[in-house]
Design a protein around this ligand. Structure first.
Ligand code: NAD
Ligand code: DAU
Length: 350
């Protein structure tokens, strides 16, 4: 019997993790703790929110008394921590928000867990979900392994790197059992349209320019979000305590090549003439401090836990586009209101 606190469960990846745990483990109690920032959306969980083993707590991880209440009230046995400010471009405009949520918020959670579990720390687990961006940028060759030194380049990645260090330090200093996973770029259903793939899907639907930063030759390793959730489940249950696992898609794409594939698939599905969406591609001013290339070596999780991605990128992208077509109301809801202000602020005069 476990009472698992999943933070950030109303966000993109968190909602897939909550759904997987709630449906796969009916004997576990799953407590989704989320502040519902602009990125949090309970609609992401409307298919499972009536499940008897699912509970929601609208709490900010900066609110220490509320965290303590949640640990006590739900008798939390384990934590899977995903709540974070997650968008690199926003971190360039508002770095302090990232310091508060990603660093201070993580330390608050560590303290709450350490305090509540103090009688038998060794029987619990603090699972911290992190990013490959902590390792910095790669040149044309090479991969990030679990022993690559940290070299974060954006306020977002610096805040995530710091939170990783705190988790490890709580393990060393106080004996808090932990595991950390560092994953590459996710994509899939419920992805908020501030990130490349959902933003470009929305812009093709609404016939707006597709703003490619810089020369478009930046490279990312893309993983279908459901495969990330499966990896988190495996690491949570079978990962070695106090270790790190890299998770990636074995799937590198230069941005411009990815955008062209997306345009092709969108045109086919929309019945457009070939090249219709490509005409929307617009090169714009680069992101400051833009990391040239990320690539994950996911050998450890593959060899130790038998995990590998289950879908090809072409399949996953096609399923993702279909999901956005089938969920226009979700897309309309998240792109109304504050979103258009964000979009103008980020992209006008770019
Ligand atoms: P997201 O922005 O979609 O969701 C973040 C969630 O955290 C939201 O529901 C939001 O309401 C909640 N949240 C934010 N601040 C909070 C606070 N102060 N208190 C409580 N809740 C708060 O993020 P995501 O893309 O789903 O990423 C989830 C985690 O995975 C993050 O830790 C991120 O660093 C990591 N990650 C993301 C990716 C990716 O490609 N998206 C890849 C690797 C790792
Ligand atoms: O690598 C993991 C990280 O992936 C996660 O930790 C982050 O939370 C997640 O946001 C993502 O970060 P990126 O910065 O790589 O993702 P984003 O979708 O913002 O950008 C992907 C690439 O596309 C990057 O090279 C910047 C570029 N881009 C992005 C946007 C939003 C554009 O060219 N135009 C755009 O409008």
């Amino acid at each position: 019997m476990k009472n698992i606190l999943i933070t950030g469960g109303a966000g993109f990846i968190g909602s897939h993790v909550v759904r997987l745990f709630v449906t796969k483990y009916p004997a576990y109690k799953i407590i989704n703790l989320d502040a519902l920032t602009y990125a949090g959306n309970l609609e992401n969980l409307s298919d499972i929110d009536q499940s008897p083993n699912y509970f929601f707590e609208r709490v900010n991880i900066l609110d220490v008394p509320e965290l303590e209440r949640v640990f006590n009230e739900h008798q939390i046995t384990d934590v899977v921590h995903l709540a974070a400010e997650s968008h690199v471009d926003r971190s360039i405009h508002s770095p302090l928000d990232f310091v508060y949520t990603n660093i201070v918020g993580t330390v608050n959670l560590l303290n709450a867990a350490k305090q509540y579990w103090k009688a038998d720390l060794e029987n619990h687990l603090f699972y911290h979900v992190s990013t490959d961006e902590v390792y910095g940028a790669l040149g044309a060759t090479g991969f990030f392994t679990e022993s690559t030194p940290y070299h974060p380049n954006s306020p977002y990645s610096a805040s995530k790197a710091s939170s990783d260090h705190f988790v490890r330090a709580y393990g060393e200093t106080y004996g808090l059992p932990f595991v950390i996973s560092n994953c590459s770029n996710n994509y899939g259903p419920y992805h908020f349209p501030e990130k490349l793939i959902p933003l470009f899907i929305n812009n093709i639907i609404t016939k707006r320019p597709l703003p490619v930063y810089g020369d478009g030759l930046y490279t990312r390793d893309w993983l279908y979000v459901k495969d990330h959730a499966i990896a988190i489940d495996l690491v949570f249950h079978k990962g070695k305590k106090d270790e790190t696992y890299n998770i990636g898609g074995f799937n590198e794409w230069r941005n411009i090549d990815l955008v062209k594939l997306l345009c092709k698939q969108m045109d086919e599905k929309l019945g457009n003439q070939p090249g219709t969406s490509d005409a929307l591609i617009t090169y714009v001013k680069d992101r400051p401090g833009h990391d040239r290339r990320y690539a994950i070596d996911a050998t450890k999780i593959n060899v130790e836990l038998g995990w590998k991605p289950s879908v090809t990128f072409e399949q996953g992208l096609s399923e993702t586009i279909d999901w956005f077509f089938d969920n226009q109301e979700w897309l309309n809801n998240v792109t109304s209101g504050a979103y258009s202000k964000y979009y103008d602020h980020m992209y006008e005069n770019r």
